[in-house]
Design a binder for this molecule. Structure first.
Ligand code: GAR
Length: 216
């Protein structure tokens, strides 16, 4: 069967992108990375993608007069590569409503908190400030409202005494690198169903939630 073509949008480091590229090295993995697009020309992830042989382009948002014209240029690039699933991976640009509407049901994001807790920026510090004992990451469908689309899967980690935003971010990131390739696999296998705003994943007994061990 043809592999699902995934387009990844990044703005920086690209470690989640790298985890997805790594997963596709397994010939039995049902998805491939068709292209990577960054809104920041200096994003380190672009070079990582190119070194892995993946088409990677910068489309600087500053070159466009408004959000939607930038979004349409990104979308054209994704469509040029025949993308069937858009994965936001540290893409730190707020999109116009046009983009998630155009890609409805085919666009997902990974966020470093257990949504709906802690949206927006500096979310690990938000978790520490709130005294949360558990945090984690969420993969969700993207809708026009920021960090609010239907949840597909989550992985939880403990918040430990003495944690800083940096140590907590690192613990969450290790789970992000496990969770995102798993969810993309589910998509490629056609197992993710969105019905009336709720997500069901065929064959995942707990519905859409996973609890990983604290650290691999
Ligand atoms: C990741 O922790 C990702 O969850 C987060 O940015 C980081 C990107 O790291 N995304 C968001 O906060 C989106 N709201 P990466 O570039 O190494 O994948």
């Amino acid at each position: 069967m043809a592999r699902l073509k995934v387009g990844i949008l990044i703005s920086g480091r690209g470690s989640n992108m790298a985890a997805l590229i790594e997963a596709t090295r397994d010939p039995s993995y049902p998805a491939e990375i068709a292209c990577v697009v960054s809104n920041v020309a200096s994003a380190a992830g672009l070079e990582i993608a190119r070194k892995a042989g993946v088409a990677a382009v910068a489309i600087p948002h500053k070159d466009f007069p408004d959000r939607e014209s930038f979004d349409r240029a990104v979308s054209d690039e994704l469509e040029k590569h025949g993308v069937g699933l858009v994965a936001l991976a540290g893409f730190m640009r707020i999109q116009s409503p046009w983009f998630p509407q155009h890609w409805a049901g085919q666009i997902i994001n990974i966020h470093p908190s257990l949504l709906p807790a802690f949206k927006g920026l500096h979310v690990q510090q938000q978790a520490l400030d709130a005294g949360a004992r558990i945090s984690g990451c969420t993969v969700h469908f993207v809708t026009p409202e920021l960090d609010s689309g239907p949840i597909i899967a989550q992985a939880a980690v403990p918040v430990l005494a003495g944690d800083t935003a940096g140590t907590l971010a690192g613990r969450i990131l290790r789970q992000e690198h496990r969770l995102y390739p798993l969810v993309v696999r589910w998509f490629a296998e056609g197992r993710v169903r969105l019905t009336a705003g709720r997500v069901e994943v065929d064959g995942v007994p707990q519905g859409a939630t996973l609890l990983f061990s604290p650290d691999p």
